[in-house]
Design a protein around this ligand. Structure first.
Ligand code: NAP
Length: 276
């Protein structure tokens, strides 16, 4: 078994994820895994980094596929005996002018952004080694969507005692409400991406609390973040930040020094803790 530290970035064949891998290859003292649901796209990205003189390793990972997540889990367990850095970056967003029915957009977006990210956490968080760092890439859109929720929902999403099961029920209810076209009447904002990212931010707050309760002595730090508005296939060419600039906050959180005990359980953008 290798004692080399190991970092994994989900959805890293392009965009912000690829920029995070690039920065980790330069700054993380260990093996860095570029993962992709499509091995061809993943290997091409690894080859691109190699041309830049950087050495990333590849492992397949489709966060929508539990078998794929478990294969990565078993590989990490066997080869490294755990994991030091996990960046949950993979995500999707429908374009604003997409004509797919809203209920379908809600189901598909929630499946990857919330449930896929949660499944990765369920399988990989138990592998985190002491002083491990976990970064869940959410979005400022989650804060805006929170503001668009009813007072009752806002209270639930800001609660310090909400459980993962309650959060799963709420995310499931949003999708069901969109199918009945009653989501706005039920207090939800009209954004599937925004609600899925509320799920990612609140999940991070819950997971950080659980780490405090169950693994306090292990000094693991887990945070949600927003990379900013970044020029990628998702956000388009008009966005203000380059992928490298978008990677800065996730990489800062992934490389918090072992002496740090904060931030933890926070929502961070531009390396600054934001109110939730
Ligand atoms: P992107 O260029 O579209 O890249 C998304 C990455 O996620 C791709 O590698 C994609 O793989 C991967 N992915 C999607 N579904 C996946 C799945 N089921 N399993 C594994 N990988 C999957 O988008 P981006 O802008 O870099 O976004 C990265 C993250 O930042 C996302 O979580 C996004 O919500 C968040 N974010 C972005 C912005 C922005 O302005 N760009 C702002 C706030 C937050 P394929 O190539 O196979 O599709």
């Amino acid at each position: 078994m290798s004692s080399v530290p190991v970092a994994v970035v989900t959805g890293s064949n392009k965009g912000i994820g690829l920029a995070i891998v690039r920065a980790l290859c330069q700054q993380f003292p260990g093996d860095v895994y570029l993962t992709s649901r499509d091995p061809g796209r993943g290997q091409a990205a690894v080859a691109q980094l190699q041309q830049e003189g950087l050495r990333a390793l590849f492992h397949q990972l489709d966060i929508d596929d539990l078998q794929s997540i478990r294969a990565l889990r078993d590989f990490l367990k066997e080869k490294y005996g755990g994991l030091n850095v996990l960046v949950n970056n993979a995500g999707i967003a429908f374009k604003v002018n997409d004509t797919t029915p809203f209920a379908v957009q809600a189901e598909v977006t929630m499946k990857t952004n919330f449930f896929g990210t949660r499944n990765v956490c369920t399988e990989l968080l138990p592998l985190m080694k002491p002083y491990g760092r976990v970064v869940n890439v959410s979005s400022m859109v989650s804060s805006r969507a929170l503001g668009g929720c009813s007072q009752e929902l806002q209270q639930k999403f800001r609660s310090d005692t909400i459980t993962e099961e309650e959060l799963v029920q709420l995310m499931t209810k949003f999708v069901e409400d969109t199918k009945k076209s009653i989501h706005q009447k039920e207090g939800w904002p009209n954004t599937a991406y925004g609600v899925s990212k509320i799920g990612v931010t609140v999940l991070s707050r819950i997971q950080a609390r659980l780490l405090n309760e169950q693994r306090k002595g292990d000094h693991i730090l887990l945070n949600a973040c927003c990379p900013g508005w970044v020029r990628t296939d998702m956000a388009g060419p008009k966005a203000t930040k380059s992928p490298e600039e978008g990677a800065e906050t996730p990489v800062y959180l992934a490389l918090l020094p072992s002496s740090a005990d904060a931030p933890h359980g926070q929502f961070v953008s531009d390396k600054t803790v934001r109110p939730w």
